[in-house]
Design a protein around this ligand. Structure first.
Ligand code: URA
Length: 251
């Protein structure tokens, strides 16, 4: 995903098709407002959610969105698909088209799915370096074996990508299992059990970091994340309830 941040002069030049020297003029005349305050320097950073006004004309007014959704089975985690309905069809929010998915779930997997229009936040949540742990409840075809635990903790070799998975934790809960991992590779959990020829019958994501699926959300329902939930997750975000004056998410 390309960076959605740019210097003020580049932003105005590309939007308005004017020369850079003209931007200096506009700035000196106090005609550019960033989040309600007159811009002061051509090198100010315009983020994806900076409110930009030129001569009372709004050039950018995108609001950051952070959404939790309870994914039902039989839906594609994508923004569009020619054959099936996608999770985005469930979200009847303004600017829903600008949302993308933070860590997909397979077609028949269920549970916690995050959607946002903040690319930096989604990269932070998904990056294995940030160590945001995802928890899944898994139902297996064959009985759980105790040697899985050690193998998951040591990491499993995936020949296709030529990588060894990061340490993951797994616990047995009656006939189900609960697993924790920080990576989100293609079909990762299913492939990890597949290593032992044990098929995953059901896979349900319970949590992503400190964020648990809201039990009040029935399958297919969604809601906005709260400020305290975003803070608890510990990944830098741009949440704002109303436009504050003169501030943008840190550059
Ligand atoms: N791992 C999988 O195999 N499938 C999912 O949907 C999520 C993680």
């Amino acid at each position: 995903m390309k960076s959605q941040r740019s210097r003020l002069d580049r932003f105005i030049v590309s939007r308005e098709g004017i020369k850079r020297s003209h931007v200096h003029q506009l700035l000196a005349q106090g005609r550019i407002l960033l989040d309600g305050l007159a811009a002061e320097s051509i090198s100010q950073v315009v983020g994806p959610f900076t409110h930009v006004v030129l001569d009372q004309r709004v050039l950018q007014a995108e609001q950051p969105r952070y959404i939790m959704l309870n994914k039902p089975p039989g839906m594609v985690s994508a923004t569009c698909d020619e054959q099936h309905s996608t999770v985005l069809d469930l979200v009847s929010a303004p600017n829903a088209k600008s949302l993308h998915i933070v860590g997909r779930l397979d077609f028949n997997s269920t549970g916690l799915l995050l959607l946002t229009n903040d690319g930096r936040w989604s990269r932070g949540v998904s990056s294995p370096q940030k160590g945001v742990v995802k928890t899944y409840r898994v139902q297996l075809e064959q009985p759980f074996r105790s040697d899985y635990r050690e193998a998951f903790a040591a990491g499993l070799y995936f020949a296709f990508e030529n990588i060894t998975t990061r340490p993951a934790e797994i616990r047995r809960l009656s006939d189900l299992s609960r697993g924790r991992s920080v990576e989100g590779r293609y079909h990762q959990i299913k492939r990890m059990f597949g290593y032992f020829n044990n098929r995953v019958l059901n896979l349900h994501r319970l949590s992503i970091g400190a964020l648990s699926l809201d039990p009040k959300l029935h399958q297919g329902a969604w809601r906005e994340l709260t400020l305290s939930e975003l803070n608890a997750l510990g990944v830098e975000h741009c949440y704002r309830e109303v436009l504050p004056s003169g501030s943008d998410c840190p550059a």
